[in-house]
Design a protein around this ligand. Structure first.
Ligand code: V55
Ligand code: FE
Length: 493
């Protein structure tokens, strides 16, 4: 590599790691790991291998454009082993051969080196999911890649035997554990900024059993979705894309504060003519908490930001950039009657003030009314400055549990200079009550550029970790984590 990374990418904790390898048997420095924790914690990590060469660097290129690495921790018998490996996307292989970056800004093919025209731009850097016995790494601008759950080798691009013809597929498909079906979709399915949506239901064997193509009313991000036993909800975020802007070298997305909230709703195996677009006043839909049905109505629980949820890496359409940490979130409950005579949505209830993102519930309560919601949060009253007077570089200074039955919440706060990455929830046993288990998360100490793994009892977060595991490598900020039960994946040896 003959070019250095720009300073904007090397400051602090999140400098590219560019590392592949393993640490066998990590050091448990405090407490102990309960021996019944048996499974694989995986996290998708954007980690740019080569410095970008574009003239106008889109902040999203730094935050969300990096090459996808799979970070994995295998828990078994009170021990934990670590491995990390890049996804062998077409893009990764081309750049590796060239020993420089060939792909330009976040989701902007017009900013690429001409030699890679028409090649796949996806980085598989956003989330991992497990279906039909296989592990997949996804990003919403391309198709998922299958990953070996032991070696982390890339087995190839998932097209379900050629059946998935969409150019894109969400990183957040949903799985119905009752039927084994996977419900997924791609937006911009016929190319960047198109309004085409390709919708798929995969059977428990991984084959495509249902497909529908339809158009969204606007070209905008549909990052996450929700399913109930009978319906699918596709929330369109107020973050729009435009082909002309891409050609001019502008950012892929801008935030449109005036855009109404739009929710596409269709029966699970519905066709294009079954899709209804429900509308509500402007709002910024974030990640899905859960959805279920009650009295024939869809109940959709979701995090909602009270402004630009992508600040500061996406600006609004007037060019304004909200400062980091200035936008809060709430846990919002929508009630949607698919058969209603009007497409105007009125039933919105705020269940909790959250100020966090990346919600998790006990997976055994998916598709039915859940009580507990776990989220990394930011308590602004605890924000301090470092010894040079600069704001402490923390994103989520707590790990929190919201009890929707009592309205109570509790948090673990590890101190002023620590920030959480996306945790996983692990049920204590198959028969434990809802929410009883463990939260496992990477905890970063940005001033020391150091990371550890913490294990907490999920129903007593305030008590602090029951185990702390030293990580002898820096864990740059990853995106979503997922937990795969040990019965589904081989042990490591
Ligand atoms: C997100 C992350 C992405 C992306 C779009 O967290 C949205 C939201 C890591 O990439 O491409
Ligand atoms: Fe996400």
């Amino acid at each position: 590599m003959t070019k250095a990374f720009p300073p904007a990418m090397t400051e602090g904790m999140d400098e590219p790691c560019r590392f592949e390898g393993e640490v066998y048997d990590l050091e448990v420095v405090e407490g102990s790991i309960p021996s019944q924790i048996d499974g694989l914690l995986v996290q998708a990590v954007p980690d740019q291998v080569f410095p970008p060469t574009v003239d106008r660097l889109d902040p999203m290129t730094i935050a969300a454009g990096g090459d996808g690495a799979v970070r994995a921790f295998r828990f078994k018998d009170g021990h934990v082993d670590y491995r990390t490996r890049f996804v062998r996307t077409e893009r990764f292989m081309l750049e590796r051969k060239a020993r420089r970056s060939l792909f330009g800004n976040y989701r902007n093919p017009f900013s690429d080196d001409p030699s890679v025209e028409g090649k796949s731009r996806t980085t598989a850097n956003t989330a991992l999911f497990f279906h039909a016995g296989k592990l997949f790494a996804g990003k919403e601008d391309g198709l998922p890649h299958e990953i070996d759950p032991v070696t982390l080798d890339t087995r190839g691009v998932c097209t379900a035997g050629g059946s998935i013809t969409s150019r894109t597929f969400t990183a957040h498909p949903k799985i119905d554990s009752q039927t084994g079906e996977l419900i997924g979709y791609g937006y911009a399915a016929r190319g960047e900024t198109t309004r085409d949506i390709a919708y798929y239901v995969l059977g428990k064997d991984g084959s495509v059993e249902h497909e529908a193509w339809f158009e969204a009313p606007v070209a905008a991000m549909i990052h996450d979705c929700a399913i109930t036993p009978n319906y699918t909800v596709l929330p369109i975020m107020p973050v729009t894309s435009d082909l002309g802007r891409l050609k001019e070298g502008g950012p892929h997305f801008v935030y449109d504060p005036e855009m109404p909230q739009i929710f596409g709703v269709l029966p699970r195996r519905g066709s294009a003519s079954d899709v209804r677009w429900f509308r509500a006043p402007p709002g910024f839909t974030g990640h899905t908490v859960n959805a279920f049905e009650e009295d024939g109505r869809i109940v959709f629980d979701v995090l909602e930001a009270n402004g630009n949820g992508f600040a500061p890496v996406i600006s609004d359409r007037h060019g304004n950039i909200a400062p980091p940490g200035s936008v809060g979130t709430s846990l919002v409950r929508w009630e949607i009657d698919y058969h209603a005579s009007t497409e105007e949505l009125r039933h919105r209830t705020v269940l909790a003030s959250v100020n966090g993102e990346g919600p998790h519930i006990d997976p055994r309560w998916e598709l039915r009314r859940q009580r507990h919601v776990f989220v990394p949060t930011l308590d602004r009253s605890k924000l301090t400055t470092d010894k040079n007077g600069r704001p402490m570089p923390v994103m989520f200074n707590q790990l929190s549990r919201f009890d929707l039955e009592t309205g109570a919440h509790e948090s673990y706060y590890p101190g002023p200079a620590a920030t959480f990455q996306d945790p996983v929830f692990v049920p204590r046993s198959a028969h434990a009550v809802e929410g009883d288990g463990f939260l496992i998360a990477i905890l970063n100490y940005p001033l020391e550029r150091r990371s550890e793994l913490v294990v907490l009892n999920s129903l007593s977060l305030e008590a602090g970790p029951i185990a702390r595991v030293k990580l002898p490598l820096r864990m740059r900020l990853g995106i979503h984590s997922a937990w795969i039960e040990g019965e589904s994946v081989p042990a490591w040896s």
